[in-house]
Design a protein around this ligand. Structure first.
Ligand SMILES: Nc1nc2c(ncn2[C@@H]2O[C@H](COP(=O)(O)OP(=O)(O)O)[C@@H](O)[C@H]2O)c(=O)[nH]1
Ligand SMILES: [Mg+2]
Length: 366
């Protein structure tokens, strides 16, 4: 899973990226990293792994990982041209979802590219940029469809004609910022739209980057205008990225103390990885043993056999059955032997929908 960080320059993207991926570089005063896409991996905090490790004393504890990239896409280009193009567009299209970083903090020493701080305007700017580049994607597809129409016949020609009408409606909807028909897509249209890989149709998590004093304030963020997000999903988290980055430099104990003293909630890493899993409808299943205790990313309710592929394609191919116990059930007994005796370890087949927190032992044959 890959998540793209987007936002105007000096909104705090790189600061957040470092909080997530732990790349320990000196935080710069201004966004001088213009032009470079950075890719890093965030380890999903999971207290269940620590508890299981106490029981199994494994050689390795391996948390699930989410890839984030920091893309300086909306940094001002100095000429009012479309900022998203070429390699940036390709990179953004690779994302499964976006984290849009919206600046709410005031700091006269860090100029805002638009002059003044205004979170709702920035949300609009980002949305407009995404929609603009989507229109270009649709324009290109329209040209292609016109070509296809010349050469296609029969049922294929009918399909192409349907797509042409769909494209025109979609473009009109996007131009007028009312892609309402998105709500009633039929299966064919759903396939069309999946192929276009539109940016505005990806799920989006909004980070409102605030200053200390603002944490308690009510910052009114308006996410309602984004019609696509009603369908693709959106969520919102609020924290002070700069402070989070400073806390990241401290030891675990120190960090804990500071969080309590300052009345801060979970870390930026925790909040964002959680929001990412939630919006993608993903979770983790767990494997245990004396070698390693490990969390594996899955789509919630993914079939046991396809989840096995995460570990190894041999397990998927040679799948016999999965021995499954929920984390809470396991912990209430603290040992697999006892849980087994109590009949809590279930034997599940290929199509079993895997749940977050399932501890799985695959039996397979290759
Ligand atoms: N005061 C304050 N400064 C911040 C906050 N978040 C980021 N900054 C500062 O804003 C500047 C730009 O941040 P950066 O992460 O590079 O923004 P980017 O251009 O979006 O990547 C840096 O000097 C950060 O230290 C915040 O919450 N409060
Ligand atoms: Mg940056």
């Amino acid at each position: 899973m890959q998540i793209g960080l987007v936002g105007l320059s000096s909104s705090g993207k790189t600061t957040i990226f470092k909080c997530l991926t732990g790349i320990n570089q000196t935080l710069k005063k201004t966004g001088l990293d213009r032009g470079k896409v950075e890719v890093g991996v965030a380890k999903v905090e999971d207290p269940r792994l620590d508890q299981l490790a106490k029981i199994y004393q494994p050689k390795k504890i391996v948390p699930a990982e989410i890839t984030y990239f920091d893309i300086p896409i909306l940094d001002p280009t100095g000429n009012n041209q479309l900022a998203i193009s070429g390699q940036y567009l390709n990179q953004l299209q690779l994302a499964d979802a976006f984290v849009q970083v919206i600046r709410a903090f005031e700091d006269p020493s860090i100029p805002h590219p638009e002059g003044v701080v205004n979170p709702n305007r920035d949300i609009e700017i980002i949305r407009a940029e995404l929609v603009l580049s989507d229109l270009l994607i649709l324009e290109k597809r329209s040209d292609k469809v016109k070509e296809l129409l010349k050469s296609s016949k029969g049922a294929e020609r009918e399909r192409v004609m349907k797509e042409q009408v769909f494209l025109e409606n979609l473009k009109e909807g996007l131009e007028n910022e009312t892609p309402h028909m998105m709500k009633s897509l039929n299966s064919e249209e759903t396939r069309f739209i999946a192929n276009y890989n539109l940016l505005a149709a990806k799920p989006i998590i909004t980070v409102v980057n605030v200053d200390d004093g603002q944490l308690e304030d009510n910052i009114e963020i308006d996410l309602t205008k984004n019609h696509f997000q009603e369908l693709a999903g959106h969520s919102c988290v609020i924290f002070n990225a700069k402070l989070e980055a400073e806390l990241m430099q401290m030891s675990q104990t120190e960090q804990q103390e500071f969080r309590e003293t300052l009345g801060l909630g979970h870390s930026c890493l925790h909040q964002l990885t959680k929001a990412t899993l939630d919006i993608m409808d993903m979770g983790t299943f767990l494997t245990v043993g004396s070698d390693e205790v490990r969390a594996w990313l899955i789509k919630n309710n993914q079939s046991a056999v396809s989840a096995a592929r995460k570990i190894h394609s041999d397990i998927e191919r040679g799948f016999i059955r999965a021995e499954v116990i929920g984390y809470d059930d396991f912990m209430s007994h603290g040992s697999m032997t006892t849980a087994r005796k109590q009949g809590l370890v279930r034997s599940e087949g290929k199509s079993y929908p895997v749940k977050d927190g399932d501890i799985i032992n695959y039996l397979f044959n290759v």
